[in-house]
Design a protein around this ligand. Structure first.
Ligand SMILES: N[C@@H](CCC(=O)N[C@@H](CS)C(=O)NCC(=O)O)C(=O)O
Length: 292
């Protein structure tokens, strides 16, 4: 059976064939993901009382999580000494009620969004890392977190998920044949460009985006100065938040503009990341060994 006689040129027919093929492959992938979700939903998993189950993206070979908010919550749990177990949501396909990661389960309740998770767990476990900060210090800490999570992060996304998505996917590896890699890259890049455009950062030229991101990194470095942690001698929530975002830049080894500025002129941020990693992740290598 051929194409119905629509007077289409042969190049249009080829394009239609490729588009149909791509559509079928994508539909197949989405169906598989949905099936996986249903299968996992049906499985009852043993949960222990007062243990936090942190659902995050899969481990990677250079950092325990590529996701800033997931690494932030995991770092906070360690800083606060709260007992937790990591659940690889890439296997289960599960997402929070907001359609995102991380989320946690605690005694049968689901809590989503890193900021809400930390607030609720701090109360539940009487483990407020920020209790000793003055109201003004708390306000400064919140402002730093917001800058990093709502601005700096997007300038990083421009590099990793749009401008050098080729390098990034090479590093993390993609499943299946080349055509699938191309489809995934295409989809991720388009999705991210739309998000970046609506967020606002994506309306700038690449050079401007990197300049904006690097100005944030320099500001962080100046704020840290020679203190061990951003708010002084003790780690607080803002350190978990900043570490979550910087760890991927510092430990993935990709030559990004952000990494360049840290290496060239923000030694204190390198030491800061190493300090948090060494103090709170004695098992860093083990976690990364589970990674892809
Ligand atoms: N405000 C959220 C942001 C979480 C977030 O951005 N998660 C990303 C991964 S880093 C996600 O799940 N993205 C999937 C999506 O948005 O579809 C938090 O702090 O937890």
């Amino acid at each position: 059976m051929g194409w119905p006689d629509l007077n289409l040129s042969s190049s249009t027919q080829v394009t239609l064939c490729v588009a149909t093929g791509c559509g079928v492959v994508m539909a197949g992938l989405l169906t598989l993901r949905q099936l996986k979700k249903w299968r996992m939903k049906g499985k009852k998993t043993e949960r222990r009382k007062d243990v936090v189950y942190l659902h995050g993206f899969q481990r990677m070979k250079f950092t325990p999580s590529l996701s800033g908010p997931c690494l932030k919550v995991e770092t906070w749990l360690r800083m606060a000494g709260v007992k937790y177990e990591f659940v690889d949501a890439s296997k289960s396909g599960q997402r929070s009620k907001y359609g995102q990661l991380p989320f946690v389960e605690l005694n049968g309740t689901e809590i989503a969004d890193s900021n809400i998770i930390i607030q609720r767990l701090a109360r539940q476990f009487n483990a407020d890392l920020d209790a000793d900060l003055s109201p003004e210090q708390q306000a400064v800490a919140l402002t730093i977190s917001r800058m990093v999570e709502e601005h700096t992060k997007w300038t990083m996304y421009q590099y990793y998920f749009v401008d050098r998505l080729d390098l990034f996917t090479q590093l993390v590896g993609l499943p299946g044949p080349r055509i699938i890699h191309w489809l995934i890259r295409n989809r991720v890049s388009k999705m991210m460009q739309t998000k970046l455009y609506h967020q606002g950062v994506g309306r700038h030229s690449k050079t401007e985006v990197y300049q904006l991101g690097n100005a944030d990194i320099r500001a962080l470095s100046a704020l840290l100065g020679d203190k061990p942690f951003l708010m002084g001698t003790k780690p607080t929530t803002v350190d978990a938040s900043v570490f979550g975002q910087l760890a991927q830049v510092v430990y993935t080894q990709l030559p990004s503009p952000h990494r360049q500025v840290i290496i060239n002129s923000c030694d204190n941020l390198l030491d800061y990341c190493d300090r948090i990693k060494d103090q709170f992740y004695p098992d860093w290598e083990l976690l990364c060994a589970e990674g892809h």
